[in-house]
Design a protein around this ligand. Structure first.
Ligand code: GLU
Length: 429
C-alpha cells in the first residue's frame, strides 16, 4: 500500500486534546475581554501561511524515508515571523499551528517586533544518526528556502533541536543564496553569530518570572520546594538557576522517568549525570525513582512543567498540590485544568509569559547580528531581565485592574497589541 507523509487532520484518539482548539479558545476569551470586532477575530484565528513539505531522507542503510515537515506562519503584522523548529514524534500540523499562534501573542506581549511562526517534523530524533539528522534538516531548509529569511521568517531551536540544527539551517540557506546570512536563524552557535546567554535564556526567563511571582507573595526562591517536569534545555537551565538561587529542586523527570529527593537534588551533579546517560536522569544516585504522573502531584511550592503540552489535565489537576504553576513548556496545562487551578487560587504563570525568555534572547541575537556588534553575557542577561520583568508587571497590573486571571491578562495584552497594529495598518486591498 502507498503511504503518504501528510497526516490526517482528525485527532489521533478520542481522548486527544487538540492544542489548536485550546489556543483558539484562549484567543476567543481574549477577544471577548477586548470586545474585539468579529472580523478582526477571524483574521487572527487563521494562520497567514501554512507550508507542508515532503522531506525525502536517505537513511544510513541506503533506504529512503519520506518525512512531513511543516512551517506555519501565523501573523506578521508586527514584524518578521519568528518561532522554533520542533523535532518530536507527536508533531502534527494542528500542533504546529497552535504553537505558531502562541508565538504571535508571546512576541507581542514581550514587546518584541516579531510575528509568530512554528515549524516541525514528526520524527523521533533519537532514532536518527547525526548525519541523517543533518541531511533531513538541510532538505527541510531547502524546501522552505523561499519562505524564510532574516526579514521574512527566522527559525530557532525548539523541542528536539538545538544550535547544531540552526547551524545546518544557516549554512543551507547561505549556500543557496550565495553569501553568509547569520540572521536567518537564531539560537546559533557562537562561532557563527550566536548570542551569549541564548542557551540558558528560556530557563532564565522562567526563573525570573517565578522569582517575581514569589516576591509578590512576600517570598523568595530560597528554600522553595520546586518540581520540574522535563530536563531538556529549558527544564535543566531553570533547575540550575533556581538551585543557585537557593531553591530546593526536589524532583525532576525526563520522558523515561524521574528522580526525587526530599532534601533537594544536586542539580549540577544531575546535569552531568544526564549528559553521560543520553539525557536521562533515571538511576541518578542518592535519589528515589519517581514516574511522571507522581511527579506532577508532589507536594511543593512551585511546579514547572517544562516538557510537552497537555500534562496537567482534567484527570490529574485535583491532585496538583503546587501553589504556583509556571508553564515553561507551551500549553502544558489544559483549558479545563487551567480553570480548575485558577478557581482554587493557584497562581498559573502562563506559557506566553513564563517561557518567553528564549525568543527574547533570540531577538537580542538578531539585533546584535544586524548591528554587527556583539554584547557580553552580562548585557544580554540584563536586557532579558528588563524585558521579562516589564512584561510580568504589565500582566500583573492588567490582571488587577481588570480583575481577570493572569493567563487572560497576558493574552489580552498580546492579542490587543496585534489587533491594534492590524487596525492601524488596515486590510490590504
Ligand atoms: N522555541 C522557542 C519558543 O517556543 C523559542 C523561539 C524563538 O526563539 O524564536 O518560544
Amino acid at each position: 500500500m502507498i503511504t503518504t507523509s501528510i497526516q490526517p487532520l482528525e485527532a489521533p484518539s478520542p481522548a486527544y486534546i487538540c492544542p489548536l482548539d485550546q489556543a483558539c479558545s484562549y484567543l476567543e476569551a481574549a477577544a471577548r475581554e477586548l470586545k474585539l470586532d468579529q472580523g478582526l477575530l477571524q483574521v487572527l484565528s487563521h494562520p497567514r501561511k501554512v507550508v507542508t513539505v515532503s522531506i525525502p531522507v536517505k537513511r544510513d542503510n541506503g533506504e529512503i524515508e519520506i518525512l512531513a515537515g511543516h512551517r506555519v506562519q501565523h501573523c506578521d503584522v508586527l514584524g518578521p515571523y519568528k518561532g522554533g523548529i520542533r523535532y518530536h514524534p507527536a508533531v502534527t500540523l494542528r500542533e504546529v499551528s497552535a504553537l505558531a499562534m502562541l508565538m504571535t501573542w508571546k512576541c507581542a506581549l514581550l514587546g518584541i517586533p516579531y510575528g509568530g511562526a512554528k515549524g516541525g517534523i514528526a520524527l523521533d530524533p533519537k532514532r536518527y544518526s547525526v548525519s541523517e539528522l543533518e541531511r533531513l534538516t538541510r532538505r527541510y531548509t531547502s524546501e522552505l528556502i523561499k519562505d524564510i529569511g532574516p526579514s521574512v521568517d527566522i527559525p530557532a531551536p525548539d523541542m528536539g533541536t538545538s544550535a547544531r540544527e540552526m547551524a545546518w539551517m544557516m549554512d543551507t540557506y547561505s549556500v543557496n543564496v550565495g553569501h553568509a546570512v547569520p540572521g536567518v536563524v537564531t539560537g546559533k552557535p557562537l562561532s557563527i553569530g550566536g548570542s551569549l546567554g541564548r542557551e540558558m535564556a528560556t530557563g532564565r526567563g522562567v526563573m525570573i518570572i517565578v522569582r517575581e511571582a514569589l516576591a509578590d507573595q512576600g517570598k523568595s526562591l530560597a528554600d522553595m520546594r520546586v518540581v520540574i517536569q522535563g530536563f531538556g534545555n529549558v527544564g535543566s537551565a531553570a533547575a540550575l538557576l533556581m538551585h543557585e538561587a537557593g531553591a530546593k529542586v526536589i524532583a525532576v523527570s525526563t520522558g523515561s522517568g524521574g528522580v526525587y529527593s526530599e532534601t533537594g537534588l544536586d542539580i549540577p551533579a544531575l546535569k552531568a549525570y544526564a549528559a553521560e546517560n543520553r539525557r536521562s536522569v533515571v538511576g541518578f544516585p542518592q535519589a528515589i525513582p519517581i514516574n511522571n504522573a507522581e511527579l506532577l502531584t508532589l507536594p511543593c511550592d512551585v511546579l514547572i512543567p517544562a516538557a510537552l503540552e497537555n500534562q496537567i489535565t482534567e484527570e490529574n489537576v485535583n491532585q496538583v498540590q503546587a501553589k504556583i504553576v509556571a508553564e515553561a513548556a507551551n500549553g502544558p496545562v489544559t483549558l479545563i485544568a487551567n480553570q480548575s487551578l485558577e478557581a482554587r487560587g493557584v497562581t498559573v504563570l502562563p506559557d506566553i509569559l513564563a517561557n518567553a525568555g528564549g525568543v527574547v534572547v533570540s531577538y537580542l541575537e538578531w539585533v546584535q547580528g544586524l548591528s554587527y556588534l556583539f554584547w557580553d553575557e552580562e548585557r544580554v542577561n540584563r536586557e532579558l531581565e528588563h524585558l521579562m520583568v516589564q512584561a510580568y508587571r504589565q500582566v500583573i497590573n492588567h490582571s488587577k485592574t481588570r480583575q481577570i486571571p493572569l493567563r487572560l491578562a497576558a493574552y489580552t495584552l498580546g492579542v490587543g497589541r496585534v489587533a491594534q497594529a492590524l487596525t492601524d495598518r488596515g486590510l490590504y486591498p
